[in-house]
Design a protein around this ligand. Structure first.
Ligand code: SF4
Length: 376
Protein backbone atom coordinates (compact mmCIF):
# COMPACT_ATOMS: atom_id res chain seq x y z
CA UNK A 1 0.00 0.00 0.00
CA UNK A 2 1.27 3.45 -0.91
CA UNK A 3 -0.81 5.22 1.71
CA UNK A 4 1.12 7.90 3.59
CA UNK A 5 4.48 6.54 2.53
CA UNK A 6 7.10 9.11 1.61
CA UNK A 7 7.99 9.17 -2.08
CA UNK A 8 11.59 8.29 -2.93
CA UNK A 9 13.31 9.85 -5.93
CA UNK A 10 15.93 7.62 -7.55
CA UNK A 11 18.21 7.84 -10.56
CA UNK A 12 20.16 4.88 -11.90
CA UNK A 13 23.67 5.50 -13.24
CA UNK A 14 24.44 2.88 -15.91
CA UNK A 15 27.92 4.16 -16.74
CA UNK A 16 26.63 5.53 -20.04
CA UNK A 17 26.55 9.17 -21.07
CA UNK A 18 22.80 9.82 -20.84
CA UNK A 19 22.24 8.76 -17.24
CA UNK A 20 25.39 10.62 -16.20
CA UNK A 21 24.14 13.76 -17.95
CA UNK A 22 20.73 13.34 -16.32
CA UNK A 23 22.31 13.25 -12.87
CA UNK A 24 24.13 16.50 -13.65
CA UNK A 25 20.95 18.06 -15.07
CA UNK A 26 18.84 17.12 -12.04
CA UNK A 27 21.40 18.48 -9.59
CA UNK A 28 21.66 21.74 -11.54
CA UNK A 29 17.93 22.27 -12.14
CA UNK A 30 16.21 20.56 -9.23
CA UNK A 31 18.62 20.80 -6.29
CA UNK A 32 15.76 20.55 -3.80
CA UNK A 33 14.74 17.06 -4.92
CA UNK A 34 16.41 14.57 -2.60
CA UNK A 35 17.54 12.11 -5.26
CA UNK A 36 19.16 8.77 -4.41
CA UNK A 37 21.70 7.97 -7.11
CA UNK A 38 22.54 4.30 -7.51
CA UNK A 39 24.41 1.98 -9.82
CA UNK A 40 24.05 -1.80 -10.15
CA UNK A 41 27.51 -3.31 -10.54
CA UNK A 42 27.91 -6.63 -12.38
CA UNK A 43 31.59 -6.75 -11.38
CA UNK A 44 32.49 -6.76 -15.08
CA UNK A 45 32.32 -3.09 -16.04
CA UNK A 46 35.16 -1.26 -17.72
CA UNK A 47 37.54 0.77 -15.53
CA UNK A 48 36.40 3.84 -17.44
CA UNK A 49 32.89 3.31 -16.08
CA UNK A 50 34.12 3.22 -12.48
CA UNK A 51 36.08 6.42 -13.19
CA UNK A 52 32.96 8.11 -14.54
CA UNK A 53 31.10 7.18 -11.36
CA UNK A 54 33.87 8.69 -9.22
CA UNK A 55 33.80 11.89 -11.32
CA UNK A 56 30.05 12.09 -10.93
CA UNK A 57 30.21 11.60 -7.17
CA UNK A 58 32.60 14.53 -6.96
CA UNK A 59 30.24 16.71 -9.01
CA UNK A 60 27.07 15.66 -7.19
CA UNK A 61 28.72 15.97 -3.79
CA UNK A 62 27.15 12.71 -2.68
CA UNK A 63 27.75 9.00 -2.89
CA UNK A 64 26.31 6.94 -5.70
CA UNK A 65 24.92 3.87 -3.96
CA UNK A 66 26.53 0.67 -5.27
CA UNK A 67 24.01 -2.16 -5.56
CA UNK A 68 25.43 -5.64 -5.86
CA UNK A 69 23.50 -8.84 -6.48
CA UNK A 70 24.53 -11.84 -4.34
CA UNK A 71 26.45 -9.53 -2.06
CA UNK A 72 27.56 -12.32 0.28
CA UNK A 73 29.23 -14.29 -2.54
CA UNK A 74 33.02 -14.21 -2.86
CA UNK A 75 32.59 -14.05 -6.64
CA UNK A 76 31.45 -11.14 -8.77
CA UNK A 77 27.66 -10.95 -9.26
CA UNK A 78 28.02 -12.00 -12.92
CA UNK A 79 30.21 -15.04 -12.18
CA UNK A 80 28.06 -16.12 -9.26
CA UNK A 81 24.86 -16.10 -11.29
CA UNK A 82 26.49 -17.71 -14.33
CA UNK A 83 27.69 -20.65 -12.25
CA UNK A 84 24.19 -21.25 -10.92
CA UNK A 85 23.12 -21.50 -14.58
CA UNK A 86 25.79 -24.08 -15.42
CA UNK A 87 27.95 -21.68 -17.43
CA UNK A 88 25.12 -20.55 -19.70
CA UNK A 89 26.15 -17.21 -21.21
CA UNK A 90 23.53 -14.48 -21.67
CA UNK A 91 22.59 -13.44 -25.18
CA UNK A 92 20.21 -11.04 -26.88
CA UNK A 93 17.33 -13.49 -26.49
CA UNK A 94 18.07 -14.53 -22.92
CA UNK A 95 19.35 -11.55 -20.99
CA UNK A 96 19.41 -13.13 -17.56
CA UNK A 97 22.24 -10.74 -16.62
CA UNK A 98 20.08 -7.63 -16.97
CA UNK A 99 17.26 -9.16 -15.00
CA UNK A 100 19.25 -10.69 -12.15
CA UNK A 101 22.09 -8.20 -11.83
CA UNK A 102 20.35 -4.93 -12.64
CA UNK A 103 16.56 -5.04 -12.41
CA UNK A 104 16.10 -7.42 -9.47
CA UNK A 105 18.62 -5.59 -7.28
CA UNK A 106 16.97 -2.29 -8.11
CA UNK A 107 13.55 -3.61 -7.13
CA UNK A 108 14.99 -4.99 -3.87
CA UNK A 109 16.62 -1.61 -3.20
CA UNK A 110 13.34 0.31 -3.44
CA UNK A 111 11.18 -2.39 -1.84
CA UNK A 112 7.53 -1.38 -1.71
CA UNK A 113 8.18 2.32 -1.26
CA UNK A 114 6.54 4.69 -3.71
CA UNK A 115 9.31 5.63 -6.10
CA UNK A 116 9.84 8.12 -8.88
CA UNK A 117 12.63 6.84 -11.11
CA UNK A 118 14.25 9.40 -13.41
CA UNK A 119 15.37 7.91 -16.74
CA UNK A 120 17.74 9.56 -19.23
CA UNK A 121 16.01 8.76 -22.51
CA UNK A 122 16.64 11.77 -24.72
CA UNK A 123 14.29 13.98 -26.68
CA UNK A 124 15.70 12.61 -29.95
CA UNK A 125 15.08 8.95 -29.08
CA UNK A 126 11.97 6.92 -29.74
CA UNK A 127 11.97 4.30 -27.04
CA UNK A 128 10.49 3.91 -23.67
CA UNK A 129 13.20 2.27 -21.54
CA UNK A 130 12.58 0.16 -18.51
CA UNK A 131 9.20 0.41 -16.89
CA UNK A 132 8.84 -1.67 -13.80
CA UNK A 133 5.88 -3.98 -13.49
CA UNK A 134 5.65 -2.79 -9.92
CA UNK A 135 2.94 -0.19 -9.58
CA UNK A 136 5.01 1.45 -6.82
CA UNK A 137 7.69 2.54 -9.34
CA UNK A 138 6.92 5.38 -11.73
CA UNK A 139 9.32 6.39 -14.52
CA UNK A 140 9.82 10.04 -15.46
CA UNK A 141 11.80 11.18 -18.52
CA UNK A 142 13.08 14.73 -17.89
CA UNK A 143 14.93 15.05 -21.25
CA UNK A 144 11.77 14.52 -23.30
CA UNK A 145 8.95 16.91 -24.05
CA UNK A 146 6.54 14.27 -22.74
CA UNK A 147 8.05 13.36 -19.39
CA UNK A 148 5.40 10.72 -18.59
CA UNK A 149 5.48 6.98 -19.27
CA UNK A 150 3.35 5.45 -22.03
CA UNK A 151 1.09 3.58 -19.61
CA UNK A 152 0.09 6.85 -17.98
CA UNK A 153 -0.43 8.51 -21.38
CA UNK A 154 -2.82 5.69 -22.30
CA UNK A 155 -4.82 6.45 -19.16
CA UNK A 156 -4.80 10.21 -19.79
CA UNK A 157 -6.23 9.70 -23.27
CA UNK A 158 -8.60 6.86 -22.41
CA UNK A 159 -11.82 7.39 -24.41
CA UNK A 160 -13.88 6.22 -21.43
CA UNK A 161 -12.45 9.03 -19.29
CA UNK A 162 -13.09 11.91 -21.68
CA UNK A 163 -15.77 13.43 -19.45
CA UNK A 164 -13.46 13.54 -16.44
CA UNK A 165 -10.75 15.21 -18.54
CA UNK A 166 -13.23 17.83 -19.81
CA UNK A 167 -14.37 18.64 -16.28
CA UNK A 168 -10.74 19.00 -15.18
CA UNK A 169 -9.99 21.33 -18.11
CA UNK A 170 -12.99 23.56 -17.34
CA UNK A 171 -11.72 24.00 -13.79
CA UNK A 172 -8.02 24.37 -14.55
CA UNK A 173 -7.35 25.79 -18.02
CA UNK A 174 -7.32 29.54 -18.57
CA UNK A 175 -10.23 30.95 -20.58
CA UNK A 176 -8.09 32.00 -23.56
CA UNK A 177 -7.07 28.37 -24.19
CA UNK A 178 -10.09 26.53 -22.88
CA UNK A 179 -12.08 26.22 -26.11
CA UNK A 180 -9.21 24.59 -28.00
CA UNK A 181 -8.39 22.33 -25.03
CA UNK A 182 -11.97 21.06 -24.80
CA UNK A 183 -11.97 20.47 -28.55
CA UNK A 184 -8.80 18.33 -28.45
CA UNK A 185 -9.66 16.50 -25.24
CA UNK A 186 -13.20 15.78 -26.42
CA UNK A 187 -12.17 13.96 -29.62
CA UNK A 188 -11.99 10.18 -29.09
CA UNK A 189 -9.07 8.13 -30.30
CA UNK A 190 -10.12 5.93 -33.20
CA UNK A 191 -9.76 5.52 -36.91
CA UNK A 192 -9.47 9.24 -37.53
CA UNK A 193 -7.23 10.10 -34.59
CA UNK A 194 -4.30 8.08 -33.27
CA UNK A 195 -3.13 8.19 -29.68
CA UNK A 196 0.14 9.80 -30.76
CA UNK A 197 -1.62 12.49 -32.79
CA UNK A 198 -3.92 13.39 -29.91
CA UNK A 199 -0.98 13.54 -27.53
CA UNK A 200 0.91 15.84 -29.88
CA UNK A 201 -2.06 18.17 -30.25
CA UNK A 202 -2.44 18.33 -26.50
CA UNK A 203 1.23 19.04 -25.89
CA UNK A 204 1.19 21.74 -28.56
CA UNK A 205 -1.51 23.56 -26.62
CA UNK A 206 0.93 24.05 -23.73
CA UNK A 207 3.32 21.67 -22.07
CA UNK A 208 2.70 22.86 -18.54
CA UNK A 209 -1.11 22.50 -18.91
CA UNK A 210 -0.59 18.99 -20.29
CA UNK A 211 1.73 18.17 -17.40
CA UNK A 212 -0.83 19.38 -14.86
CA UNK A 213 -3.47 17.17 -16.50
CA UNK A 214 -1.05 14.22 -16.40
CA UNK A 215 -0.40 14.87 -12.72
CA UNK A 216 -4.16 14.95 -12.04
CA UNK A 217 -4.61 11.58 -13.78
CA UNK A 218 -1.54 10.08 -12.07
CA UNK A 219 -3.02 11.03 -8.69
CA UNK A 220 -6.46 9.56 -9.31
CA UNK A 221 -4.93 6.42 -10.81
CA UNK A 222 -2.80 5.84 -7.69
CA UNK A 223 0.65 6.49 -9.18
CA UNK A 224 3.48 7.08 -6.69
CA UNK A 225 3.65 10.77 -7.57
CA UNK A 226 0.26 11.19 -5.88
CA UNK A 227 2.01 10.61 -2.54
CA UNK A 228 4.19 13.70 -2.89
CA UNK A 229 3.31 16.27 -0.25
CA UNK A 230 5.19 19.02 -2.06
CA UNK A 231 4.66 20.22 -5.65
CA UNK A 232 6.31 18.20 -8.38
CA UNK A 233 8.70 20.75 -9.93
CA UNK A 234 9.03 19.04 -13.34
CA UNK A 235 5.45 20.01 -14.14
CA UNK A 236 6.87 23.33 -15.31
CA UNK A 237 9.72 21.72 -17.24
CA UNK A 238 9.80 22.66 -20.92
CA UNK A 239 13.36 21.51 -21.72
CA UNK A 240 14.04 18.96 -24.45
CA UNK A 241 17.61 17.62 -24.51
CA UNK A 242 19.13 15.88 -27.51
CA UNK A 243 22.49 14.19 -28.04
CA UNK A 244 24.57 17.32 -28.49
CA UNK A 245 23.15 18.74 -25.23
CA UNK A 246 24.24 15.58 -23.41
CA UNK A 247 27.86 16.03 -24.52
CA UNK A 248 27.81 19.71 -23.60
CA UNK A 249 26.47 18.91 -20.13
CA UNK A 250 29.20 16.32 -19.57
CA UNK A 251 31.97 18.54 -20.86
CA UNK A 252 30.86 21.80 -19.20
CA UNK A 253 30.34 20.16 -15.81
CA UNK A 254 33.90 18.81 -15.80
CA UNK A 255 32.59 15.25 -15.31
CA UNK A 256 33.74 14.50 -18.84
CA UNK A 257 32.69 12.10 -21.56
CA UNK A 258 33.29 8.45 -20.57
CA UNK A 259 36.82 7.59 -21.70
CA UNK A 260 35.84 4.49 -23.66
CA UNK A 261 34.28 6.83 -26.27
CA UNK A 262 37.73 8.21 -27.14
CA UNK A 263 38.50 7.58 -30.79
CA UNK A 264 41.69 5.60 -31.36
CA UNK A 265 43.37 5.50 -34.75
CA UNK A 266 44.28 2.31 -36.60
CA UNK A 267 45.64 1.69 -40.08
CA UNK A 268 44.63 -0.91 -42.69
CA UNK A 269 45.98 -1.05 -46.25
CA UNK A 270 47.39 2.46 -45.85
CA UNK A 271 44.03 3.87 -44.73
CA UNK A 272 43.61 5.50 -41.33
CA UNK A 273 40.38 4.94 -39.43
CA UNK A 274 39.28 5.19 -35.81
CA UNK A 275 37.46 2.91 -33.44
CA UNK A 276 36.12 3.12 -29.92
CA UNK A 277 33.66 1.49 -27.59
CA UNK A 278 30.21 2.90 -28.22
CA UNK A 279 28.63 2.41 -24.80
CA UNK A 280 28.89 1.30 -21.21
CA UNK A 281 28.18 -2.14 -19.77
CA UNK A 282 30.18 -5.29 -19.17
CA UNK A 283 33.44 -5.55 -21.11
CA UNK A 284 32.19 -8.78 -22.72
CA UNK A 285 28.69 -7.55 -23.49
CA UNK A 286 27.13 -9.51 -26.37
CA UNK A 287 25.61 -6.31 -27.78
CA UNK A 288 29.06 -5.27 -29.01
CA UNK A 289 29.77 -4.87 -32.69
CA UNK A 290 32.65 -6.87 -34.19
CA UNK A 291 34.82 -3.77 -34.40
CA UNK A 292 34.30 -3.20 -30.68
CA UNK A 293 35.55 -6.71 -29.97
CA UNK A 294 38.63 -5.80 -32.03
CA UNK A 295 38.95 -2.60 -29.97
CA UNK A 296 38.83 -4.73 -26.81
CA UNK A 297 41.39 -7.17 -28.22
CA UNK A 298 43.85 -4.42 -29.13
CA UNK A 299 43.22 -1.86 -26.39
CA UNK A 300 42.43 -4.16 -23.45
CA UNK A 301 44.02 -7.52 -24.36
CA UNK A 302 43.75 -8.77 -20.78
CA UNK A 303 39.98 -8.18 -20.77
CA UNK A 304 39.65 -9.85 -24.16
CA UNK A 305 41.52 -12.88 -22.78
CA UNK A 306 39.15 -12.94 -19.80
CA UNK A 307 36.14 -12.78 -22.13
CA UNK A 308 37.58 -15.72 -24.09
CA UNK A 309 37.82 -17.82 -20.97
CA UNK A 310 34.02 -17.76 -20.62
CA UNK A 311 33.55 -19.46 -24.00
CA UNK A 312 33.23 -23.21 -23.73
CA UNK A 313 31.58 -25.79 -25.95
CA UNK A 314 28.40 -24.27 -27.37
CA UNK A 315 28.64 -21.12 -25.28
CA UNK A 316 30.14 -18.14 -27.11
CA UNK A 317 29.49 -14.38 -26.91
CA UNK A 318 28.69 -14.05 -30.62
CA UNK A 319 26.31 -16.46 -32.31
CA UNK A 320 28.43 -16.93 -35.44
CA UNK A 321 32.03 -17.22 -34.19
CA UNK A 322 34.08 -17.70 -31.06
CA UNK A 323 36.43 -15.02 -29.76
CA UNK A 324 39.33 -17.32 -30.57
CA UNK A 325 38.24 -17.26 -34.23
CA UNK A 326 37.57 -13.52 -34.14
CA UNK A 327 41.04 -12.79 -32.76
CA UNK A 328 42.95 -14.45 -35.63
CA UNK A 329 44.99 -11.81 -37.52
CA UNK A 330 43.28 -12.44 -40.88
CA UNK A 331 39.83 -12.14 -39.25
CA UNK A 332 40.82 -8.94 -37.42
CA UNK A 333 41.97 -7.48 -40.72
CA UNK A 334 38.72 -8.50 -42.39
CA UNK A 335 36.62 -6.90 -39.64
CA UNK A 336 38.59 -3.67 -39.92
CA UNK A 337 38.25 -3.59 -43.71
CA UNK A 338 34.49 -4.19 -43.50
CA UNK A 339 34.18 -1.52 -40.84
CA UNK A 340 36.03 1.05 -42.98
CA UNK A 341 33.83 0.17 -45.97
CA UNK A 342 30.68 0.59 -43.88
CA UNK A 343 31.87 3.91 -42.49
CA UNK A 344 32.50 5.19 -46.02
CA UNK A 345 29.05 4.08 -47.13
CA UNK A 346 27.48 5.87 -44.19
CA UNK A 347 29.47 9.02 -44.83
CA UNK A 348 28.44 9.04 -48.47
CA UNK A 349 24.84 8.66 -47.44
CA UNK A 350 24.95 11.24 -44.72
CA UNK A 351 27.33 14.13 -44.91
CA UNK A 352 30.95 15.12 -45.30
CA UNK A 353 33.27 13.37 -42.84
CA UNK A 354 33.72 15.06 -39.54
CA UNK A 355 36.31 13.90 -37.10
CA UNK A 356 34.54 15.47 -34.17
CA UNK A 357 33.69 12.91 -31.53
CA UNK A 358 30.16 14.26 -31.20
CA UNK A 359 29.47 13.77 -34.92
CA UNK A 360 30.87 10.26 -34.91
CA UNK A 361 28.70 9.29 -31.99
CA UNK A 362 25.62 10.92 -33.46
CA UNK A 363 25.98 8.58 -36.42
CA UNK A 364 26.29 5.48 -34.29
CA UNK A 365 23.52 3.02 -35.24
CA UNK A 366 23.84 1.17 -31.97
CA UNK A 367 22.34 4.11 -30.10
CA UNK A 368 18.95 2.57 -30.67
CA UNK A 369 19.55 -1.02 -29.70
CA UNK A 370 20.58 -2.79 -26.60
CA UNK A 371 19.68 -2.72 -23.03
CA UNK A 372 18.29 0.43 -21.48
CA UNK A 373 19.32 -0.59 -17.94
CA UNK A 374 22.95 -1.06 -18.94
CA UNK A 375 23.52 1.62 -21.58
CA UNK A 376 21.44 4.75 -20.99
S1 SF4 B 1 26.08 -4.89 -20.18
FE1 SF4 B 1 25.50 -6.61 -21.49
S2 SF4 B 1 26.39 -8.42 -20.44
FE2 SF4 B 1 26.36 -6.76 -18.95
S3 SF4 B 1 24.45 -6.97 -17.82
FE3 SF4 B 1 24.04 -5.55 -19.52
S4 SF4 B 1 23.27 -6.79 -21.20
FE4 SF4 B 1 24.27 -8.18 -19.70
Amino acid sequence: MLENKKVRHVLGISGGKDSAALAIYMKDHYPDLDIEYYTADTGKELDETYQLIRNLEAYLGKEIIKLKAFDDSVETPFDHKMKTLGGFLPNTLNRWCTKSLKLDVFEDFVGDDPVISYVGIRGDEHREGYISNKSTIQSIYPFRENIWSSDLVTKILDNKKINDRLVWAEENISSDKLFRFLEVLGRPIGELLTKDAKLEQLINLGISDYNRLALHVAKIEGYPIGNMKEDFPLVENTDVLVLKDIFLLLENSGVGIPAYYKEIEFEVDGEIATYNRSRSGCFFCFFQQKIEWVWLLEQHPNLFAQAMEYERGDFSWSQDESLEELSRPERVLQIKREYIKRQKRLQNLNKPKSSKLMDILMDAPEEEIGCASCFI
